[in-house]
Design a protein around this ligand. Structure first.
Ligand code: RB5
Length: 149
């Protein structure tokens, strides 16, 4: 799968480890930075370009990591067409895709350990939107809101 990934200093180490493993699994990874650990960098500088790439279909799914995952989710969801969520559990990692068509997962590099983060990402990537009428109806209510802006 074509996957984009981004992180600030709070998520940098987790991002690097995830990239290595996801490449091993055969995914095509676009890294939106940070390219080095800079303790004062700002998550919107990396997360917004990633979110735009997801919205434009340049990558199929996105992974954004900051210290808590909160700022990454706030920033990503400002981009129309992005459905991002901060995920801590495997149920939400797949149900968020199946029911809500989540296309960008946010993780907290200071919260979630590597092994769980990898499980969450794999679960997210394997899940598919269920496309049932009620899920489509709910998504239309969100896209209507975006286009009314
Ligand atoms: C940066 O120190 C930290 O505030 C940021 O990575 C993130 O946790 C914001 O939500």
């Amino acid at each position: 799968m074509r996957i984009g990934i981004a992180a600030d200093h709070g998520g940098f180490e987790l991002k690097e480890r995830l990239i290595t493993e996801l490449k091993t699994l055969g995914h095509e990874i676009t890294d939106f930075g940070a390219n080095e650990l800079v303790p004062d960098d700002d998550y919107p500088d990396f997360v917004v370009p990633l979110a735009k790439a997801v919205a434009e279909g340049k990558v199929e799914r996105g992974i954004a990591v900051c210290g808590s995952g909160v700022g990454a989710a706030i920033a990503a969801n400002k981009v129309p067409g992005v459905r991002a969520a901060l995920i801590h559990d495997c149920f939400s990692a797949h149900q968020g895709v199946e029911d809500d068509d989540m296309n960008l997962i946010c993780l907290g590099g200071r919260v979630t350990g590597y092994n769980l983060a990898l499980d969450l990402v794999k679960t997210f990537l394997e899940a598919r939107f269920a496309e049932e009428d009620r899920f489509q109806r709910r998504l239309r209510k969100i896209t209507d809101l975006e286009s009314a802006r």
